[in-house]
Design a protein around this ligand. Structure first.
Ligand SMILES: NC(=O)c1ccc[n+]([C@@H]2O[C@H](COP(=O)([O-])OP(=O)(O)OC[C@H]3O[C@@H](n4cnc5c(N)ncnc54)[C@H](O)[C@@H]3O)[C@@H](O)[C@H]2O)c1
Length: 479
């Protein structure tokens, strides 16, 4: 990595702290999972994962911040006491941050997760940039730090016996469903992983809908969809529905969906199944079409090193901005796919957790599938690269941008204007990328740059080459 004297001085301090952290750090076991990950070689997770200790150089906030987070009712810092929220996928990137955010505000939280995200890393030889503790240690530590209990149920929501038992014992008022295979490249590795993705996501969601209908009919479902469901139409993207005049008649219909991977298509199937069951069974649901999430910092996940969130930067799970930031930190050129005009919605992880709280605090009525577009700003890939380059230079990083052949099949220059007003109307005050770039992104990447594995950064999954042959070894590292 090339960097200036200023940055080397900054990093020297960090390195000392990090060395102390690693010394103090215990090898933390990754819990075994019963996931139906389509690979026979995935072993019971034993792991190189290490939890960083208190000495880690990233600003870890005092416990007091968490305790103060319980605030008066009626706002984003409201007291959720008495509200029971099941968080499916609560060990993942968005789910973990959300579980702590809600727990800190008094909601009673139960995490449900089969830990398959950790298994994907073992399967493909990937790892998060930040060292994360096991879910058991995370939950235990949260209890010590905050005095609040999060219950944990390890299992697969595609397994009806497990899910129905989890519902019956916890009796959620809201279920927040993050628990899906969420990588488009993963779903395009080979036939097996395409089928796994659609089965895992679509069947899991159907099971949640049945669980609500049969076991907890007043439970409100908050489901994470994606802005990618809409594709890139040459007209404005509305929030879920569009009113169409056709041959003299008018109707308000679901906005057309055009998925660009087997993953995105699984989310579209989910939305269709939800809409149907809202009508047929009077289920109350909020579908959050989320943009690309960036950043790793929330008050709660920064309250202790064992609570640190994951940060994916590899070519399969790393989202564009998180990947660029790591590339900048290690002196790897920022890899813009194709022409770089691909434009998408983005949001800070701190806004993800607030949007979920807003969706819970303002539930859809029974029989309605409410749809919000959950992002705060839109950028093209070229704009993101320019921002990372500019901000990286302020830190003394030597940032270059390079164009690589686009492994995806997508428009590289297109119109994009998506609406995102409903969550703001409910009170969301966005964190803007320009303000988060250094403290929530580059600082982490620089701190943990020694953990970066350069060979995992380039795209290795090509949409045009997906085949029936199992491609586990070819998936993570570009040839
Ligand atoms: N991260 C983003 O930028 C982003 C953007 C748009 C939408 N989303 C959506 O938000 C949700 C969460 O995304 P994330 O980035 O936190 O993903 P993640 O992979 O980090 O977390 C998903 C969690 O769900 C669990 N899970 C998956 N299948 C499960 C099953 N069958 N049973 C039980 N648990 C299961 C995984 O083990 C993992 O812990 C996903 O549905 C994703 O599609 C994410």
């Amino acid at each position: 990595m090339q960097c200036s004297t200023m940055q080397q001085q900054k990093l020297a301090g960090r390195r000392e702290a990090k060395a102390a952290a690693q010394k103090a750090c215990a090898g933390v076991r990754v819990a075994g999972a019963s996931a139906r990950v389509p690979v026979s070689t995935v072993r019971q997770a034993t792991s190189s994962v290490r939890a960083a200790s208190r000495a880690t150089s990233v600003k870890v906030q005092a416990t007091a911040t968490v305790e103060k987070a319980t605030a008066p009712a009626g706002s984003l810092s409201s007291n959720g006491a008495g509200t029971r929220v099941m968080i499916i996928g609560g060990d993942g990137y968005c789910g973990w941050a959300t579980a702590l955010h809600l727990s800190a505000r008094g909601y009673e939280v139960c995490i449900v997760d089969n830990l398959c995200r950790r298994q994907f890393d073992l399967q493909l030889g990937l790892d998060t940039l930040t060292p994360i503790a096991t879910i058991h240690d995370r939950v235990r530590r949260w209890g010590e730090v905050s005095g609040k209990h999060i219950s944990l149920q390890i299992g697969d929501i595609c397994d009806w016996e497990f899910l129905s038992q989890a519902f019956t014992s916890f009796k959620p008022n809201h279920v927040v469903h993050f628990g899906e295979q969420r990588s488009a490249p993963y779903s395009m590795i080979d036939r097996q992983k395409a089928v796994f993705t659609q089965h895992n996501n679509v069947i899991g969601t159907i099971n949640v809908l049945f669980a609500i209908k049969e076991l907890q009919p007043d439970c409100h479902m908050v489901k994470l969809g994606t802005m990618g469901e809409y594709g890139t139409p040459n007209i404005d993207i509305e929030e879920g529905y569009i009113t169409i005049n056709h041959n003299g008649r008018t109707d308000t219909l679901p906005y057309p969906k055009q998925g660009n991977s087997f993953y995105h298509l699984s989310k579209i199937h989910d939305s269709t199944n939800m809409l149907f069951t809202c009508k047929a069974w009077k289920i109350a649901a909020t579908d959050l079409n989320q943009g690309v999430v960036y950043g790793v910092r929330t008050d709660e996940t920064m309250a202790d090193p064992l609570l640190l969130n994951r940060y994916d930067y590899d070519g399969i799970f790393g989202t564009a901005l998180n990947r660029f930031v790591v590339q900048a930190a290690v002196g790897h050129p920022l890899t813009v796919y194709g022409k770089g005009g691909q434009t998408r919605g983005f949001l800070d992880i701190r806004d993800t957790v607030r949007c979920i709280q807003l969706a819970i605090d303002n539930p859809a009525p029974k029989g309605e599938m409410r749809v919000y577009n959950q992002f705060t700003e839109q950028f093209s890939v070229n704009q993101l690269a320019e921002i990372v380059e500019r901000e990286g230079k302020k830190l003394g990083l030597n940032v270059e941008v390079t164009k690589v052949p686009n492994p995806r099949v997508e428009l590289e220059e297109h119109y994009y204007n998506a609406k995102c007003t409903k969550l703001r109307d409910l009170g969301l005050q966005p964190h803007l990328l320009a303000d988060s770039m250094i403290d929530s992104l580059l600082e982490f990447a620089v701190t943990y740059k020694d953990r970066v594995r350069h060979e995992l950064i380039k795209p290795a999954v090509d949409w045009r080459k997906t085949g029936v042959k199992v491609n586990t070894m070819g998936a993570a590292v570009a040839r």
